[in-house]
Design a binder for this molecule. Structure first.
Ligand code: NAD
Length: 292
């Protein structure tokens, strides 16, 4: 059709409507990436305040004008009409693709899928933005696991070109191709990877981050750790990166990696301590560092 785009020899209808579940750091970034490419978005979140703040922030980001360094009013009105914040399952299910970006907990993700999948169109794609949880285990209980895969964006979504398309055991080749085409439609660079805890990027990244948290647990000053890593060439230090990711997410993802790779990854006590003190990272103003 006219709307179809050629990708890798196969013709795929571009995605016109996307649903993003979870309006946190990643859900907002993913929703904004869709709006920027004219894809209509429905955004949802279990917490009404998070949903309202999320919709506003997505519209702001998608309407940002680099030249004037402010939101373009006309674009903002256009974008505000393209996005709806809702927790109505029927509305959320009426999309070409549904991307889940809620907390890193398998049971929460699975119960969401169980609720939404029966309402989806028969050919709708379903994806999880999980950092670490194997796609094949998240697919347990799905009626159409062939239409499900991992679609792993990186933080901050507006800056990071990479998207991992994760092929679960039951994901069909057609789904992998449609998802990769969708990632390209959003201006991203998809890499198709096989399933497994942490997939590819987080197999590399999380042990490195965890090792930094272990050093911090041993009493090495935070700033020294970050300074050394930056001096070595990293764009930001590993403890700063913990704060950007969110310490709660780091702990959840860390547990998946510790269970899978107990020979290599051990939990860093400082993370649990900081979290117990209410420090979740940049998202609530305090993590390893303070963000007043
Ligand atoms: P976040 O804490 O910023 O946001 C999660 C949101 O999900 C919260 O607003 C919460 O209210 C909402 N939520 C929780 N349970 C819900 C439910 N049942 N239904 C609807 N909403 C619900 O987390 P985040 O950093 O955006 O992470 C989301 C997912 O993306 C996780 O799986 C995480 O591992 C993954 N991820 C995170 C990063 C990162 O750097 N933060 C990068 C890549 C992937």
């Amino acid at each position: 059709t006219d709307r179809a785009k050629k990708t890798g020899g196969t013709v795929h209808e571009p995605i016109a409507t996307a649903t993003v579940i979870g309006a946190g750091i990643m859900g907002q970034g993913i929703a904004a990436a869709n709006l920027k490419r004219g894809v209509a978005v429905r955004l949802s979140d279990a917490q009404p305040e998070a949903l309202a703040a999320g919709v506003a922030s997505v519209v702001r980001e998608a309407s940002y004008n680099k030249k004037t360094k402010a939101a373009d009013l006309e674009l903002a009105l256009h974008n505000a009409a393209l996005i709806a914040g809702t927790n109505d399952s029927t509305q959320l299910a009426a999309a070409d693709v549904v991307i889940e970006a809620v907390i890193e907990a398998a049971d929460v993700k699975r119960s969401l899928f169980a609720q939404l999948e029966p309402l989806l169109r028969p050919d709708a794609l379903l994806a999880s933005n999980t950092s670490t949880i194997p796609i094949t285990t998240l697919a347990h209980g799905l009626e159409r696991p062939e239409l499900f895969c991992g679609l792993h964006f990186f933080n901050p979504v507006r800056k990071m070109p990479l998207v991992e398309v994760i092929r679960g055991k039951q994901t069909s080749e057609a789904t992998v191709e449609r998802m990769a085409a969708y990632a390209r439609q959003l201006g991203k660079t998809p890499v198709v990877v096989n399933d497994g805890p942490g997939f590819l990027v987080n197999r590399l990244l999380l042990p490195y981050m965890n090792e930094a948290a272990l050093l911090a647990s041993e009493g090495v000053p935070f700033k020294l750790i970050d300074k050394a890593a930056k001096g070595f060439g990293m764009p930001m230090g590993p403890l700063e990166l913990h704060d950007v990711v969110g310490l709660d997410t780091c702990v959840h993802a860390g547990r998946v990696m510790q269970a899978a790779f107990s020979d290599r990854v051990t939990g860093a006590p400082i993370l649990e301590r900081l979290l117990a003190a209410g420090r979740k990272g940049q998202k609530n103003g305090a993590g390893f560092y303070d963000y007043p």
